[in-house]
Design a protein around this ligand. Sequence first.
Ligand code: SF4
Length: 480
Amino acid sequence: MGRNPVTWLGSPTFPAAARTALADVQLRGNLAHATGTIRAKRAAAVAELPDWERLRRAGEAIKDDVLSQLDVYLEQLERSVTARGGVVHWARDAAEANDIVLGLVRATGAREVVKVKSMATMEIGLNEALAAGGVSAVETDLAELIVQLGDDRPSHILVPAIHRNRSEIRDIFRATMPGVTASLSDRPAELAEAARKHLRRKFLSAKVAISGANFAVADTGSVVVVESEGNGRMCLTLPETLITVMGIEKLVPTWADLEVFLQLLPRSSTAERMNPYTSVWTGVTPGDGPRSFHLVLLDNGRTATLADRVGRQALRCIRCSACLNVCPVYERTGGQAYGSVYPGPIGAILTPQLGAGTSDPQTAALLGSLPFASSLCGACYEVCPVRIDIPEVLVHLRGKAVEAKGRYTPEAVAMAAASWVMASPRRFRLAQRLATVLRPLARRGRIKRLPWPASRWTDSRDVPVPAKETFSAWWRRTRG
Ligand code: SF4
């Protein structure tokens, strides 16, 4: 599968991809079922906590503090990790991070590595870079394994194979998993057992594991991975070498701060009170776990994002995926239409920022289309555990996208015309009077079709019928 950092190589713009996705009835059925279920569970899990809103505000404040002195906390983390026997590497972009990881794996002589599910390594296209260097990476998260075996793209942050149903997964296992026969059914227990046997062999033979990180505590140098299956725990403890690739924004200052996120994350992501597996390691400990630990700190567009006063709040994200599950656009198109490893509302604001400055015109077109992949209903902001005002960032990025197109786009011309009309009370009254000529076009209280160029608007939306009498005319008549 071709990759470009952050986006999938050759992906069309969001509207083009969404059109294809919307025609897939099976996909829409799978998504509606999955997101509907997790939405209801999350709401119940969150409702159990009377101080949920205070927790959200605490999470927001901690992340904002980290972002405001990121350099200080990062250097503190480096000192803490190094003091406990780990090695810290700094990577400006995807290419640097991939080179570092490949070099570390080669130094061990390993030809195969096991991986814990990680958005950061997917963002940089690590699996493809390792394959090009002669190293195969085995995904050990069940959903990620399904995506990898199916030579597919993930479509959800937490449940990458959310677009697949049980019988599709059975077919993938039958076709690609060593030792699986045609007798495998689509019963969840049988599917899980097949994956468990396959992965157990990989865990026991792996010399190197690669993980991402949900959090790192600057104070002690501890790195944290939360997961539900136990595969992560196997990867983090069995191999001799552990390499972690972590975005530089994943820091928390202290263990007391970590406590806030260990409450916010599970309820927002899997609707659980706490994670089944929370693995924490601090450097290396002789006789216990990996003998060498490398932490690769990844920038890849994050410091540029930090420079944007509105857009930087996207760096608060803890990848819970709650915003995906409530988004009416995501629910209908699925994640692959976003053309990025980060789908849904967070993808619509993070991907264009991380990928900004691309020299590839097709990628630039995709990035420019993503902030428009939203109805701006605000549901994402309401559920976000770290209070990222996604609609605000969407509008901000839309403004940048429109400005980048120049002054003579249809939007710019329409806005300039609206501004000219509204700048004068006389012109505004005249425009209101002219609008009433549209009334005969109304059917059942809506205008469904207008002539070109307004047809570009009515192709996908209705227009409200102009009132018989304007507000100012009514005011003059009744109060004058
Ligand atoms: S933006 Fe908020 S809701 Fe969406 S994945 Fe990130 S933390 Fe979760």
